[in-house]
Design a protein around this ligand. Sequence first.
Ligand code: BGC
Length: 749
Amino acid sequence: MKKIICLLLVTVFFTCKENNIQKSQNSKEEQFINELLSKMTIEEKIGQTNLRGTSSRTKILPEELKEAVRKGEIGAFLNVMNIDYVDELQKIAVEESPNGIPLIFSRDVIHGFKTIFPIPLGMAASWDVEVARTSSEIAAYEASAAGIRWTFAPMLDISRDSRWGRIAESPGEDPYLASVLGKAYVEGFQGEDLSDSTKIAACAKHFIGYGAAIGGRDYNTVNMSEPLLRNVYLPPFVAALNAGSATVMTSFNEINGIPATGNEYLLKEVLREELEFDGFVVSDWNSTIEMIKHGFARNYKHVAELSAVAGMDMEMTSTSYENHLKELIKEGKVSEAQLDDFVLNILRIKYRLGLFKRPYTNRAHTGNFYAESHLKEAKKAAVKSTVLLKNENSILPLKKEAKVAVIGPLADAPHEQLGTWTFDGEKEHTVTLIDVFKESNANYRFEKGLTHSRDKSKKGFASAIKAAKQADVILFIGGEEAILSGEAHSRANINLPGVQEELINELSKLNKPLVLVIMAGRPISVSNILEKTEAILMAWHPGTMGGPALYNIIYGVEEPEGRLPVSWPKTAGQLPYFYNHKNTGRPANDHQFVGIDDIPIHAWQSSLGNDSHYLDAGFTPQFPFGYGLSYSNFKYEKLSVSKDTISFNEDVTLKVTVTNTGDRPSKDIVQLYTQDVVGSITRPVKELKRFEHVYLDAGESKEVTFTISSNDLKFVNHKLINAAEEGDFNVWVGQHALSGLKGSFYLKE
Ligand code: BGC
């Protein structure tokens, strides 16, 4: 048995929040908001907890809305998309409401405001912190010019199930990758000084476990052990809070029987006490009142009581606080001190946003929508997030002189290319692949074949086939329309929708190389068509500049630089699938694997194979987490581990030599995984701990060095102790979760 070598109670294990502790100790801020609070009536306090939604299409500002602001009944707005209205409402709040408290204006600015970046899952495929930070910096810069000072991003829900529509918005399946990206997004949105009028408050969402919905069906129940919560789902939130995320949003799901919005343990013990969060918590859209349907609250008043006792500060769109909090306080069911805490949390963020000093929009700040520099970054992000999954006979990059038949519903689909959660990016600004072809001197012909991704009509097949017959290469741009992923858009079947597979099938009969470019919000099962393609590029929904990025990749001006942030399943039946799974008592291996057709007819009852696999889908994914090809090749050699044994306060250094063995400059992402071989609770077969982007000229080698310590090897066990444990560790340095040179060391007390 291992010994626990670093006893640390869970209540203090996330000694995060340097930022927030410092901020709370900012006495000027605390004095200001406390003085303000002392002047507020109970009605005005309740008003601060009220986040009022408006329709994006509101043409006039209703008088009753203005009156509610005048009376101090509203603390924040969602979706007021007219800068004059923003300032008009703000003026009423500042000049006419009882204590002149400014409003916050919020909006879902998820992967760009006007300039749209790849969907978050695509951004995660970049494994690039700078790209993530820049994308949210630009989003904040543009959105703030429209009066928005608070976004509902980043979404940090770990997702292990591609059926879930919101995987498109997620950072993928890995807690380490999600954490480094989460931190970068928050830094980009908020900058160093949140009061800068070009910065916006971030919102780490959805707290928590939303991505673990059973069966990948949106809003579904979540059951989760405490170690799983803390080892996999919580770390990205810890990272975002450490980076100073001003707000946190609760999730729609229940977790172990208690809806997240009414979950006192999660909101008070974990978020406030352990993580020392001092911003405010907002409920998700109607998630308070949905506690009635969950079967947790009896009525709206009970909803308000449960939410308040749980520590939920601001209610989005529904009005249980507005209608019942006063009465609950009178009855002693909720304390006024609790309401005061909510108000202080909200005022603190308003203070940090500089709203008390500068409540109005900065008209001099135009946001430079779609500025050249913004488009350049969006294009860079699209290049970095595109993953090359297959490239037989090095068909890609295409030769400039090749005759190309461009086919498929998404080659020229400016709206679809933007992906889910794009409210403000206009399709008129999208540059599609066909737009670029039109401007190029490439020898191409475009025949859509299908009008949209779900099209079931084969009317367009004949002209697509005719165009393909005349070409040297077929470029099929397919996938999913934007609306097929995102909220409430889970799928049970994750193949290409409509008759895309059939069209690919027909085209493949021409025996010409077929390059498939997928634009989709999730990994798509390609097992039926894999053999029919020569190459596959995963472009996700690549955003405004997806066309130029793809064109450059297809013709080799740039490398596809992405690596998968999720395991890519062969079929939906394998889901949930994730690389950092446990081993089971009967782990599968090639040697013992028994496929469905290997079983003799009339076989006697037997557990042939005897291990954990699917007869018809095996035990490996189609493409593993971390995977992605380049236009070059890399060799990994000479892995060295600095010490055989380290103590828990020592570092271990791992070195590997990486060589670009191809004939063009290229990039690889060198990935370090560890395995804690025996634990006081069973441990994942592999866990990502570090990665590094390495750019190498043809023939060039580089020694890549990683340093880790017992801090990186900690986990939360069944006693809720967060500690590294003495024992054997395996390490791998390689190109994805199923590859790598292997080493080991012993961690000793
Ligand atoms: C989503 C949130 C979003 C909110 C406001 C909800 O339906 O779950 O992620 O921020 O709406 O639009």
